[in-house]
Design a protein around this ligand. Structure first.
Ligand code: AMP
Length: 397
């Protein structure tokens, strides 16, 4: 069964065509700078051949039309006709309280999704445009929405309720939702497979560390708590997002600096995190290089990041009532031995020992704690597209 996985952002569309018989990637691509000058599509097929289409892409519809041309390209494509694609799996950022699992999209559900856009005004609208356009261009194919929030929908009430007047939860749905759910689900399941135990029997903490970072406590196979909240802003300090801060800082800064709602939002989302602290970069490779050369603020940003992870791991171990596996994933979690070592060293008091040689690896599945440690520390590369394709296949079948 051929499934197209689509991730529509505000100015880009990432896509992957997968043959789900063997879970093979037939091709993957990216349309970028949609609605901006210099737009293009870059696609690579399973032979490693690259197709670059420099073309004006004024909107998502034109971008998707051209993506379908690239997918069916006689030389660089993977199918001769889009009719061969059985279903499209769409990444949708916010499923609110209504969607606690993936769904096959129909007209009624599109309306519900549109109503929910105010919870994720930057992310959900392009996701919906992607769904509608694929419905139009591929009417034969089932459209499935896979939500970033769905895996966290099982969180207990005490984990998702904020201590603000309860009426705001009832009126506006203000509560913790959590994000990166597709990754947390994929990684926790894969970790259980590697450990050879049912995921339901394990207490797992997943650290998804990338440009955006979140941690989740997975118990009984579902998310029991997670560090992101009503929006993807809280939790760990991120590339450019604050993570947890005292909320009173916001009105204080708005008053002192005469900032509008948009301006403070921009500072909290785009100018904070490790970029804000270091004044240098949001990329951990740059920060690690600079810290090594003695840059104190780069070092501070890195140690704040690790300290925040350590605090969450401690808290979630208590919340889960123990810990079987601590799993690192995402661009930083998969690639930075430095961040992993900084975090794991804090747990030496439990008897945890790092296998330095195994930790000295990048982007592959590996157990990095020594045998006999009280819990297993491991790296599991995430694969959100595969998870989306699997959920899509399951629903279509
Ligand atoms: P993601 O958002 O999951 O794609 O992660 C992207 C981030 O991973 C980049 O911004 C870098 O900060 C980080 N990253 C990628 N490769 C490395 C590496 N070799 N060492 C440290 N950080 C890395």
């Amino acid at each position: 069964m051929l499934i197209l996985v689509v991730n529509c952002g505000s100015s880009s569309i990432k896509y992957k065509l997968m043959d789900m018989e063997q879970e093979n990637v037939l091709l993957s691509g990216l349309a970028e700078r949609i609605g901006i000058s210099g737009s293009r599509i870059k696609q690579e097929n399973s032979k490693g051949e690259e197709l670059v289409l420099e073309q004006d892409l004024p909107n998502h519809k034109v971008a998707l039309e051209n993506i379908l041309k690239c997918i069916t390209d006689a030389k660089y494509g993977a199918v001769s006709d889009v009719i061969e694609i059985k279903a499209v799996g769409h990444r949708v950022v916010h499923g609110g309280e209504k969607f606690n699992q993936s769904v096959v999209i129909n007209e009624e559900l599109i309306k519900v999704l549109e109503e929910m856009s105010e919870l994720a005004p930057l992310h959900n609208p392009p996701n919906i445009v992607g769904i509608k356009t694929c419905q139009e261009l591929m009417p034969h194919a089932a459209q499935v929405a896979v939500f970033d929030t769905a895996f966290h929908a099982a969180m207990p009430k005490e984990a998702y309720t904020y201590a603000i007047p309860y009426e705001y939860y009832e009126k506006y749905g203000i509560r913790r939702y959590g994000f990166h759910g597709t990754s947390h689900k994929f990684v926790s399941r894969r970790a259980a497979e590697i450990l050879g135990k049912p995921v339901e029997d394990l207490k797992i903490i997943v650290c998804h560390l990338g440009n955006g970072s979140s941690i989740s406590a997975v118990g009984k196979g579902v998310s029991q708590d997670t560090s992101m909240g009503f929006t993807p802003l809280p939790g760990l300090p991120m590339g450019t997002r604050t993570g947890d801060i005292d909320p009173a800082i916001i009105p204080f800064l708005m008053e002192k600096e005469k900032l509008s709602v948009d301006e403070i939002g921009n500072i909290l989302n785009k100018k904070s995190g490790v970029l804000g602290v270091s004044g240098l970069s949001s990329d951990f490779r740059d920060l690690e290089d600079a810290a090594q050369q003695g840059n104190e603020r780069a070092e501070l940003a890195l140690s704040m990041f690790a300290y925040s992870i350590i605090k969450y791991v401690g808290a979630y171990t208590a919340a889960l009532g123990g810990l079987d596996a601590l799993v690192f994933t995402g661009g930083i979690g998969e690639n930075s031995k430095n961040v992993r070592a900084r975090v794991l060293k804090a747990f030496a008091y439990t008897g945890l020992e790092i296998d330095e040689e195994k930790n000295n690896s990048r982007g592959k599945e590996v157990i990095i704690s020594k045998e006999g440690s009280p819990f297993v520390a491991m790296v599991v590369p995430t694969n959100e597209e595969l998870m989306i394709a699997r959920e899509t296949k399951e629903l279509v079948q």
